[in-house]
Design a protein around this ligand. Structure first.
Ligand SMILES: Cc1ncc(COP(=O)(O)O)c(C=O)c1O
Length: 356
């Protein structure tokens, strides 16, 4: 139920693209029906959609999405960071929402087509990238409370600068004891639109408290640290080569981030001790007070690796380390960004090179 209305304008950000509205020129689309499966792939100018007001996805939230980035390589070509991981997560999200899966090869073909068409939008600024947003929604015009019988897949892109601005500065976070992001048996471990709308109120409360981000606790006991906004969290204990780097275990209520998974590999490769464990908010506070936890950082496609400097909690506020960017955080960020830009070896074959 989509059609072209008018070509989109392209504010094609050159100096400071921000994060979210410097759209590139094209949209890749595909449709699904019970009879034909996925069909009619189409790369076309980015434009508004025309949808029926009763479109099922709009009413009942049968909507999933992904996020990944394409980077300019040293030789001028483009490569996307671990898109197969996003394709797999998109399939898991589709299964959870009773939607049809998209084959990994179809997902990659969409990525190749859009990046090849729109790579010119990316300047040579190494802090900029092309953020790719795959989206799938139930498109049937029907208000019966059941899965849609038709679906649309869209892939759009925007030029991205830093999620928290163009320089890396520690963020302050607010621990939400009132709102939960996910619950056991829910959808916290997949990427559906319905996980995000309800998070905005907690994000607003965090901002009103002077913080940039919200930290989510588990919904049963409200003490185990899960994630931060749309990012995973890591904690560093100690310093130097003997430092230990841990992240909350995947309990089914956290999103298994592609960046999280990549950092677990890089942490191990760098010789640090690495672990996945449950960390309570009391433990976080106490270990910062005793100096055991020296650094905390958040990670994700948008945030890359972002240090956390201050925590605001109902039981009192505290600072992590000296409130600045720690050496382990800095080193891991550089290691990740160097792989993404093709400046460091890629033993895991993480970079998906776009055919020229
Ligand atoms: C809730 C949530 N947690 C973590 C992440 C980080 O995941 P990734 O590293 O795959 O971007 C995201 C972003 O996708 C997210 O939305």
């Amino acid at each position: 139920m989509t059609s072209l209305l008018e070509p989109a304008t392209n504010p094609a950000a050159t100096t400071s693209p921000g994060h979210g509205d410097a759209f590139t020129d094209h949209l890749y689309a595909m449709s699904w029906t019970e009879q034909d499966g996925w069909h009619a792939p189409d790369l076309r100018p980015l434009a508004n959609l025309s949808i029926h007001p009763a479109m099922l996805g709009l009413h009942y939230g049968q909507v999933i999405f992904e996020g990944m980035k394409a980077f300019r390589q040293a030789d001028g070509s483009m490569a996307v960071f671990r898109p197969r991981q996003n394709a797999h997560r998109f399939q898991r999200s589709a299964r959870r929402l009773a939607m049809p899966e998209l084959a990994e090869e179809d997902f990659l073909l969409a990525v190749d087509s859009l990046v090849a068409a729109d790579q010119h939008a990316l300047s040579d600024d190494p802090d900029h990238s092309i953020y790719l947003r795959p989206l799938m929604y139930g498109s049937e015009a029907n208000l019966m409370l059941r899965p849609s019988k038709t679906y649309e897949f869209l892939l759009m892109a925007f030029v991205a600068g830093g999620f928290f601005g163009d320089t890396v500065r520690p963020v302050s976070v607010f621990v939400s004891h009132e709102h939960s992001r996910a619950m056991p048996g829910g959808t916290g471990d997949v990427k559906c639109a319905a996980n995000y709308g309800p998070s905005f109120v907690a994000q607003r409360i965090a901002q009103d408290a002077g913080c940039q981000q919200v930290v989510w606790l588990d919904s049963a006991e409200r003490r185990w640290v899960e994630e931060m906004g749309g990012m995973n969290l890591f904690f560093v204990r100690g310093s130097g080569p003997g430092a230990e780097v841990v992240t909350p275990r995947l309990t089914g209520t956290l999103l298994p981030g592609v960046t999280r998974d990549s950092l677990l590999t890089l942490v191990e490769r760098d010789g640090y001790r690495v672990g996945e464990e449950r960390i309570s908010v009391e433990q976080w506070r106490e270990e910062c007070a005793t100096g055991s936890i020296t650094e905390v950082f958040a990670c994700g496609t948008a945030a890359v690796v972002t240090p956390v400097g201050e925590v605001v909690d109902e039981a009192g506020d505290w600072t992590i380390g000296d409130g600045g960017t720690g050496p382990v955080t800095r080193r891991l960020r550089t290691a990740l960004v160097d792989v993404q830009h093709g400046r460091a070896p890629d033993p895991g074959g993480w970079m998906h090179h776009i055919p020229r």
